[in-house]
Ligand binder design. Structure first.
Ligand SMILES: C[S@@+](CC[C@H](N)C(=O)[O-])C[C@H]1O[C@@H](n2cnc3c(N)ncnc32)[C@H](O)[C@@H]1O
Length: 252
């Protein structure tokens, strides 16, 4: 973790929201093998993806590249896009020169790939940063071959209502959080959308919903994170916790 992480600021002196450049190293270090990313989200995506040997896979918002590395280790031909220059640099260091990495993101025009370039696309913990899903999903559909798969992981929409019981679950609405790295705050802004808005956006963009998953944490999580999971699993018959929702979509 970077000990001298500096929060960047906008023209008014206010910290910029979702500024991954300003906490890239700290984020990458913290999420390398933590509960949420290392023992829940990434293993679940890899499970859903199954045998990926020989598949051309694009990871959009690849961050420092941990999922790209795991997919590559399983024989996939991987490409990453990431808007944060610092995150991309970390991904480059992890993956070496042989992996195609591009500084690009969703919502700023088409991705820099011809139609039908990929067998699978992963958008892991990314779409909840976007208010509008229509153009980004259409572009993800465009870069997939027919029958190709899109893996989406986003904040589970029920968590919004659990955290704030007064919130309007049914509205697409902006919410804010403060993350902390090395004692410094990082303002984060996300877009909540109800489940029906997610599924409609997928089908309108030309995807068929193959799987909706609310997976348990990976084997070994309970032993490795006993304190974090004590409350959730105080009833030993429980198997999972509410955090993210996972979709496997097929390009129609
Ligand atoms: C929570 S991190 C997840 C990183 C990686 N997908 C993973 O699961 O480890 C979110 C990433 O999405 C990137 N991101 C934010 N807005 C994006 C956009 N509009 N298009 C693509 N990526 C975006 C961020 O820069 C950051 O690297």
């Amino acid at each position: 973790m970077s000990p001298d992480l500096k929060a960047s600021s906008g023209p008014s002196g206010q910290a910029v929201a979702n500024d991954y450049d300003s906490f890239a190293e700290a984020y990458a270090a913290e999420t390398e093998s933590n509960l949420l990313n290392g023992y829940y989200v990434r293993p679940a995506v890899l499970d859903l993806a199954g045998d990926v040997a020989g598949r051309r896979i694009l990871d959009v918002g690849c961050g420092a590249g941990p999922l790209l590395e795991s997919l590559r280790d399983r024989g996939a031909i991987v490409t990453g896009v990431e808007p944060s220059a610092k995150m991309l640099e970390l991904a480059g260091r992890r993956l070496g020169d042989g992996t195609a990495l591009h500084q690009a993101g969703l919502g700023g025009g088409p991705l820099p790939f011809p139609d039908g370039s990929f067998d699978d696309v992963v958008a892991c913990l990314v779409l909840h940063y976007l208010e509008d899903w229509q153009a980004p999903l259409a572009d993800l559909r465009r870069v997939l071959v027919p029958g190709g798969r899109l893996f989406v992981v986003v904040d589970h929409p029920l968590v919004y209502k659990l955290v704030d019981p007064d919130a309007d679950y049914f509205a697409v609405s902006k919410r804010s959080e403060e993350w902390t790295f090395g004692g410094r705050g990082a303002p984060m802004v996300f877009w909540h959308r109800p489940l029906h808005a997610m599924t409609s956006a997928f089908t309108e963009a030309g995807f068929r919903i193959a799987v909706i998953s609310e997976p348990p944490p990976a084997p070994g999580a309970r032993e490795r994170f006993p304190e974090e999971l004590a409350e959730v699993f105080k009833d030993p018959s429980r198997t999972a916790f509410l955090s993210m929702i996972f979709f496997v979509l097929e390009a129609a």
